[in-house]
Design a protein around this ligand. Structure first.
Ligand code: GDP
Length: 140
């Protein structure tokens, strides 16, 4: 058990429905601490670079269009085994397959508009955090 930091995005479908507080309550009640947070509007270039690993996937264009369709809240979450813990709190990519009590089960609209992003490895977490935050903006 180690204290880690992971990167999270509250996606446009959730900010549009004013769900930031309800989603943050899920993180906090499950042991994660929000140590950095800001609301931003991604540009097309930022979204394409952020999701660069998916650029060959058939849904890439739609995903980028969705991610720039409204504001997002980018966050750093800290806690014990935070990367895996957050993936559990989020639930499966497709809300139809997500466990009860997870963010995606309760709030996601579809496999694309699935309310949250969370890093899938510690290495990706480090890179994704650095994409959006400088060290002085992260206060543990
Ligand atoms: P995640 O790590 O659970 O977010 O899932 P992935 O890394 O596989 O996919 C990244 C994001 O692309 C997902 O969170 C969805 O927003 C979107 N996505 C994944 N699969 C599909 C799909 O089959 N169709 C569409 N339109 N979007 C998808």
């Amino acid at each position: 058990m180690t204290t880690e930091r992971t990167f999270s995005i509250i996606k446009p479908d959730a900010t549009r429905r004013n769900l930031t507080g309800k989603i943050n309550a899920k993180f906090e009640s499950n042991g994660l601490r929000i140590v950095a947070q800001k609301r931003v509007r991604l540009t097309q270039d930022m979204a394409e670079r952020f999701y660069g690993v998916h650029k060959e996937r058939p849904f890439f264009k739609d995903l980028v269009k969705f991610m720039i369709s409204g504001p997002v809240v980018v966050q750093v979450l800290e806690g014990t085994d935070a990367v895996a813990a957050n993936r559990k709190i989020m639930g499966a990519t497709n809300p139809a397959n997500a466990d009860a009590g997870t963010i995606r089960k309760e709030f996601a609209e579809s496999v694309e508009a699935n309310s949250v992003h969370g890093s899938d490895s510690l290495e990706n977490a480090k890179n994704e955090i650095a994409f959006f935050f400088s060290e002085v903006e992260i206060v543990g």
